[in-house]
Design a protein around this ligand. Structure first.
Ligand SMILES: [Zn+2]
Length: 66
């Protein structure tokens, strides 16, 4: 399971391990530090994980994509 994080500043997307959830990460492009929400705070993402085991886009506000 992987997460695609979206930088809230430059909207750059990149792949992270699900281990990155609930941790602060730095955007590789613009170096902005932002927090990846806990997956438990993102019910829609959790549902998608169970259904698809695919890749989830998630942003700082817990919005998910894909
Ligand atoms: Zn960025």
């Amino acid at each position: 399971m992987q997460i695609i994080a979206q930088c809230p500043k430059c909207t750059y997307n990149w792949l992270l391990s699900e281990d990155a959830a609930d941790r602060r990460i730095k955007c590789p492009k613009c170096r902005k530090l932002f927090k990846v929400p806990k997956l438990s705070d993102v019910p829609k993402a959790v549902r998608a994980i169970k259904n698809a085991k695919g890749t989830i886009y998630v942003d700082q506000n817990g919005k998910t994509y894909g």
